[in-house]
Design a protein around this ligand. Structure first.
Ligand code: KG4
Ligand code: ZN
Length: 338
């Protein structure tokens, strides 16, 4: 089965063609980051308009790259939620219009299931069952995965997502949006242990997370440092040191909870997915931890950690192969539990 995948849940327009026998045939990604940088975050209306501009040219592009015409595509998968409602509507409308015009089935895919399955596109994909840590701008979840659609939630954030904490803390440090990669870059120049950030909710049992307190801790650290400095501003080294201390705290917290989830389930495979899984320090720490436990960590290549069309084409293909389809109604779900 050959599936065209369409992702428009936030600020990336992602298109891809996945073939169940041949693998990924083509993919294209357009990031709107430059458009949103002046506002310090994603402006939903601007995101929708940009998806409208980009969707059809990128569809043409991935079809040309894969050497496909309409007849070569068996089905269309699109992100139906969760995400920004306007942005989702654009992707769903184009997907359903193509399905109608081409006379092919379509399916709305859960964005987080896309992330969760993205490591399946790599050369050594994880075999079921495994524990998945989903860490993105909107979600922080630990899930026991027995198979496609067989997900048991083990724990999740009771407030901010890990990516959101990266983004908000970066903004306080004067770093651009999205903050995760900028904090990671600054942290490389940081001196360890200049600040001691808390590891929220690690000293009590359970697998839930809380990251909003870290944000407040960052703010207080910045204010104290500014008051210390004669010019009342943060130096580059201050920013690097705070970035490292913040990142260490998030990584430590995630590692502790992952270890706990593996012990609780008795599983030895951990999949990390979503934008924050691109973080090098997190990958390295988890690799070391899993090696110590006789287990393995799996993650997608960097470009498939953040939002992309390939993960939607892949997840959609698995469900379409199982016989799932949508009618032609255009409906999306800005909030949608996995
Ligand atoms: O999965 P994603 O692209 O979009 C959502 O579904 O939310 O995740 C975006 C999030 C942002 O918060 C961004 O700052 C974070 O992933 N991120 C990172 C890194 N790359 C992206 N966080 C930490 N380190 C990174 N290298
Ligand atoms: Zn995402």
């Amino acid at each position: 089965m050959r599936v065209l995948g369409i992702e428009t849940s936030c600020d990336e327009t992602g298109l891809a063609i996945y073939d169940s026998e041949q693998g990924l045939l083509s993919h294209a990604l357009y990031s709107q980051i430059d458009l949103h940088i002046p506002y310090g975050g994603v402006v939903p209306e601007l995101a929708s308009r940009d998806h409208v501009r980009k969707l059809l040219p990128l569809t043409r592009q991935v079809m040309d790259e894969a050497g496909c015409e309409a007849d070569d595509i068996d089905a269309i998968a699109y992100t139906a939620g969760p995400g920004l409602i306007g942005a989702l509507m654009v992707g769903a409308s184009v997907a359903q219009a193509l399905a109608l015009a081409w006379g092919k089935p379509s399916l709305g895919v859960h964005h987080m299931e896309g992330h969760l399955l993205a490591p399946m596109l790599e050369e050594t994909p994880p075999a079921f069952p495994f524990v998945a840590l989903l860490v993105s701008g909107g979600h922080t979840q630990l899930i026991e995965v027995q198979g496609i659609g067989e997900y048991q939630m083990l724990g999740e954030s009771i407030d901010d997502a890990a990516g959101e904490a990266f983004d908000k803390s970066a903004k306080m440090m004067g770093l651009p949006y999205p903050g995760g990669p900028h904090i990671a870059r600054m942290a490389e120049m940081g001196i360890a242990d200049q600040y001691k950030f808390p590891r929220p909710m690690t000293n009590r049992p359970g697998l839930d997370f809380s990251f909003s307190g870290l944000k407040t801790f960052t703010l207080n650290t910045i204010d104290a440092e500014k008051a210390n400095n004669p010019d009342g501003a943060l130096s580059e080294q201050n920013i690097a040191d705070i970035a490292l201390a913040f990142q260490d705290a998030v990584v430590d917290t995630l590692v502790i909870k992952c270890k706990r989830a593996l012990q609780q389930t008795g599983l030895k495979k951990l999949v990390i997915a979503g934008g924050v899984s691109a973080n090098k320090a997190l990958r390295e720490r988890l690799e070391k931890t899993l090696t110590g436990m006789g287990g393995d960590v799996f993650y997608a290549r960097n470009e498939f950690c953040t939002d992309n069309g390939a993960m939607i084409a892949y997840a959609g293909c698995q469900r379409l192969l199982a016989g799932q389809r949508n009618d032609l109604q255009i409906s999306v779900r800005p909030r949608w539990p996995l």
